[in-house]
Every structure is written in structure tokens, then in C-alpha cells.
Design a protein around this ligand. Structure first.
Ligand SMILES: [Zn+2]
Length: 136
């Protein structure tokens, strides 16, 4: 995949939209529904705040107009918490996002597949009663 050396601007934006459509199809990364290509919008998962760095591909997903409208003024975490299905869909249709965003979505999906870089926590270890008893 050729990455453009000038990731901002209208042309790059159109490139990213096309790339996302090729990768995922016209599917909203939040509600998981399929829409007509022409209505799909690009959504900044983390709010842009006027910084061009946020136009990077790893901060953009396809969103339907309804989800984009709901999310507009919400922090990404609040938006995902409002409906956990959004986090499930974002894990599924947002694999190209930055690790920080993926981790945020995964944290809201208890049965998501394990991340590539596993972080062991006590709660992730199997319960003792599941282990075979070597003296049985
Ligand atoms: Zn949607």
C-alpha cells in the first residue's frame, strides 16, 4: 500500500475514503450497517481539534450520517460507552486504527479476541479450578 507523503488536504481525504471503502465496504464502523457508498462519511475517531495530524488514516473510519451526527460533539469514549455495540463494530471495522484507539474500543468489549500484544492481568488468568489436578 502506497502511503502518500502529504497526508492532508482534500485529495488525500478522498484517497482515504476510497481506501476505507475498498477495505471495509460501505459499512458504518459504529453501527455496523451497510449503506449506499454516496452517503458514507469520514469520521475522526479522536476529535480533530484543528490538528492536521488527526487526518491520518489511523484516526479515520467510515460512518453513516446518523452515527456521525450523534458522535459530533461527544468524546470518543463517551460515544462508545453510550452503546457497546459501537465498540464491537469499531474493533471489527477499525483494525487499521492506531493502537491507542483500538485499545480503547477493545477495553469495552470483554470477549474481543486478544490483542496482538497481550497484557496479562490477574483477571485474565484461568481460574484455579479449571486446572487439571496432577494428583488426581
Ligand atoms: Zn452508523
Amino acid at each position: 500500500m502506497h502511503l502518500t507523503s502529504h497526508p492532508t488536504g482534500r485529495a488525500a481525504y478522498a484517497d482515504t475514503r476510497k481506501w476505507l471503502l475498498d477495505e471495509h465496504g460501505p459499512i458504518c464502523a459504529y453501527c455496523g450497517q451497510k449503506f449506499a457508498v454516496k452517503v458514507m462519511t469520514l469520521d475522526h475517531v479522536a476529535p480533530r481539534r484543528g490538528q492536521t495530524a488527526f487526518d491520518r488514516r489511523d484516526n479515520l473510519v467510515l460512518a453513516c450520517p446518523a452515527c456521525n451526527g450523534i458522535k459530533r460533539d461527544m468524546a470518543p469514549l463517551a460515544f462508545l460507552l453510550g452503546n457497546r455495540a459501537r465498540a464491537v463494530n469499531l474493533v471489527k471495522y477499525g483494525w487499521h486504527l492506531s493502537a491507542g484507539l483500538i485499545d480503547m474500543a477493545r477495553a469495552l468489549v470483554p470477549d474481543a479476541p486478544p490483542p496482538g500484544r497481550p497484557r496479562l492481568a490477574l483477571s485474565d488468568l484461568p481460574a484455579l479450578e479449571d486446572e487439571e489436578d496432577p494428583y488426581a
